[in-house]
Design a protein around this ligand. Structure first.
Ligand SMILES: [Zn+2]
Length: 92
């Protein structure tokens, strides 16, 4: 994997589409779930495919999120959310 820090892009083909465009470094918000508990992570550095929007995370970033789900840091704050399911409709 080649990495160009100064350009904030990554020359690595997206696994989900055929774009030749480099992934872009962005801060994103994402949710994770462990043992029925949802976690929201904000300002997470990610590599984002400019074509399909798929997000890739560096190994240390992914590990940091895993660690915080096991031992949440002092900045963790409870939020209220509404979870719901859309009715399933057959395709076609
Ligand atoms: Zn893509």
């Amino acid at each position: 994997m080649r990495f160009c820090e100064h350009m904030k892009t990554r020359d690595f083909p997206c696994e989900f589409c055929d774009t030749d465009q480099p992934q872009q470094r962005k801060l994103v918000t994402l949710t994770r779930q462990r043992r029925g508990q949802w976690y929201i992570f904000e300002d997470v550095p990610a590599w984002v495919c400019p074509n399909c929007g798929h997000r890739y995370f560096d190994a240390d970033t992914a590990q940091a999120m895993e660690d915080r789900m096991i031992s949440p840091t002092v900045d963790a704050r409870p939020v209220t959310a509404l979870a719901m399911t859309l009715p399933h409709t057959p395709e076609g």
